[in-house]
Design a protein around this ligand. Structure first.
Ligand code: GLY
Length: 350
């Protein structure tokens, strides 16, 4: 997996042409979804570097992260005369950067791509670190490859048009990065006012957050060990997300992660002595900003089943990343059925 250049941008009109200019290519393609075509493409459409770029557009939202959309991108590349020396710019949220990265990584055995994430979730997580893929057979991100974008451009300007719920969704991954890095960052994240966004401060915090992920990915690009730290909150979070999906309840990924963080910090406190006061403060922040995920104890069996089916598990045990304190990581942790029941009781009562 190649090294990835991550650029904090204040003027997309300068950083994008420069990044395109640094990547030798014969043809340029731009991938958007229907939403980013309308809201974000106009911000870069007039740049001279975009003259002659061929547009490819797919449906918006995760339900379009499919083999059909992928085939549409491959076909458009083929019809547009793409070669192994062509370049694709993925302009959008995590769905576009994941699917576009996979399309570029596989077309003619791989052409270069640049990610321009337009949501907070994509900026701090999906677009960085080279995980690409599509949903398949009812499972999220079931098929894909590790292959980094040549460049990722983080421009907080796109966040000004992002709605509050999607902003909070991305912020949950920043909270996760704070928890796995250091107490100062974590405390700053809890102090930030998500109702009155200071975009300058947010841009700075995004850069710090991405640096946490970059450091981990550089050390363990293929998730053999340390990168599992990035799964904090996700074992329970994915189970909540899947349960919600099966009940036709809409839950944004980051909300499920925020609720999952609270559960897994509880487990961390119980198994590894994570400080109770820090659990309490994190819980208060999550409750205030994300509300709670409602479920009865008649859902415990389903949630347990969903946790056992997580693709990160090995040998039939439920795998967690836990913390003995902020920044003190313990990967490949497991928990008994009784401990998981206790954790779910705690969550419902808290
Ligand atoms: N989203 C977690 C990772 O990139 O490893």
């Amino acid at each position: 997996m190649s090294d990835q250049e991550v650029i904090l941008s204040e003027h997309i009109g300068e950083t994008l042409p420069a990044a395109i200019g640094r990547t030798a290519h014969d043809r340029l393609f731009v991938l958007t979804d229907e939403t980013t075509l309308r809201l974000c493409w106009p911000l870069v459409e007039g740049l001279p570097c975009m003259a002659g770029a061929r547009m490819i557009t797919i449906g918006a939202t995760d339900e379009h992260k499919t083999l059909e959309s992928l085939a549409h991108v491959w076909r458009s590349l083929q019809e547009g005369g793409a070669t192994r020396h062509s370049l694709m710019v993925c302009l959008g949220g995590g769905m576009v950067t994941d699917l576009g990265g996979f399309a570029a990584s596989t077309f003619k055995r791989g052409m270069a791509y640049i990610n321009v994430p337009t949501t907070l979730l994509a900026m701090v997580d999906a677009a960085v670190g080279g995980k690409t893929g599509i949903n398949f057979g009812g499972l999220k991100n079931e098929v894909g490859v590790f292959n980094c974008a040549r460049t990722v451009i983080l421009d907080a300007g796109f966040l000004r048009t992002l709605d509050g719920a999607n902003l909070r969704s991305g912020y949950a991954e920043m909270l996760k990065h704070g928890l796995i890095s250091d107490a100062t960052t974590w405390a700053e994240l809890l102090r930030f006012d998500l109702d009155r966004i200071d975009y300058t401060a947010l841009g700075r915090m995004v850069a710090a957050s991405v640096a946490v992920k970059e450091r981990i990915v550089r050390e363990d690009p293929l998730e053999q060990g340390l990168r599992k730290a990035l799964n904090l909150g996700h074992t329970v979070g994915h189970a909540f997300e899947s349960l919600a999906l099966s009940e036709n309840r809409t839950v944004l990924h980051g909300y499920a992660v925020a609720w999952g963080l609270v559960c897994e910090l509880y487990l961390s406190a119980r198994r590894l002595g994570f400080p109770k006061e820090r659990l309490r403060q994190t819980l208060a922040f999550v409750k205030e900003n994300y509300g709670t995920f409602a479920f009865g104890c008649n859902r415990y069996d389903t949630l347990y089943e969903l946790m056992t089916h997580d693709k990160k598990n090995t040998a039939g045990r439920v795998n967690f990343t836990l913390l003995s304190d902020i920044g003190e990581l313990h990967i490949d942790q497991t928990a008994t059925r009784e401990e998981i029941t206790d954790m779910l009781d705690f969550y419902r009562e808290a």
